[in-house]
Design a protein around this ligand. Structure first.
Ligand SMILES: Nc1ncnc2c1ncn2[C@@H]1O[C@H](COP(=O)(O)OP(=O)(O)OP(=O)(O)O)[C@@H](O)[C@H]1O
Ligand SMILES: [Mg+2]
Length: 170
């Protein structure tokens, strides 16, 4: 699924729509260059799940943990500054326990992360951003089917065709 995100509000609307449709557990890889909007998307997603306190970018801590409404917890990772995938072992991530993984720069943790249910590729597109959402599991395929119904009636989110903005090849 390809989406046009003309402004920050649209990125936040996508984060909220993903939160409302996500399976549990959900493992999400957020790809895109510096400034593509990964943290903006993650922050809106966590807010929609009821996180009320500060949501800091895990730029230096590599991982932030959030308890979720009801039970469960979310992990927000930013692996940009990781020395190597082996360093993930020291973060005590306990993948059995988390209901949501939002991973920025997942390519830097390749081989040490659980496989993604959903891959989001973000890229600058004019003054806004473009997003490509690709399922990584059967849960991810069902998720995108549910998401497309929300996108159809969310005025901030517009689906686009293949050539409306440039992304690196998946
Ligand atoms: N759809 C959009 N249109 C225009 N600007 C946007 C959009 N989405 C997010 N931004 C802006 O892009 C900037 C960078 O966003 P953000 O910090 O989320 O990027 P990032 O991908 O997490 O970068 P990094 O790799 O450095 O962590 C922010 O100022 C944010 O407000
Ligand atoms: Mg970020």
């Amino acid at each position: 699924m390809r989406l046009e995100l003309p402004d920050v509000d649209a990125t936040e609307a996508l984060g909220s729509a993903l939160a409302r449709t996500q399976p549990t557990p959900a493992i999400v890889y957020l790809h895109g260059d510096l400034g593509a909007g990964k943290s903006t998307l993650a922050r809106a997603w966590l807010r929609a799940l009821g996180v009320t306190g500060a949501i800091r970018s895990p730029t230096y801590t590599l991982v932030e943990h959030y308890p979720l409404r009801g039970a469960g917890r979310a992990l927000h990772l930013d692996l940009y500054r990781i020395a190597g995938a082996g360093e993930l072992e020291f973060l005590a991530l306990d993948d059995a326990g988390a209901d949501l993984w939002l991973v920025e720069w997942p390519e830097r943790g390749a081989g040490a992360l659980p496989p993604a249910d959903l891959r989001v590729d973000l890229a600058v597109s004019g003054a806004g951003r473009g997003a490509v959402l690709s399922p990584g599991s059967s849960a991810g395929t069902a998720w995108l089917a549910a998401l497309s119904k929300i996108v159809a009636c969310e005025p901030l989110l517009t689906r686009t065709g293949r050539n409306s903005f440039q992304l690196p090849d998946l």
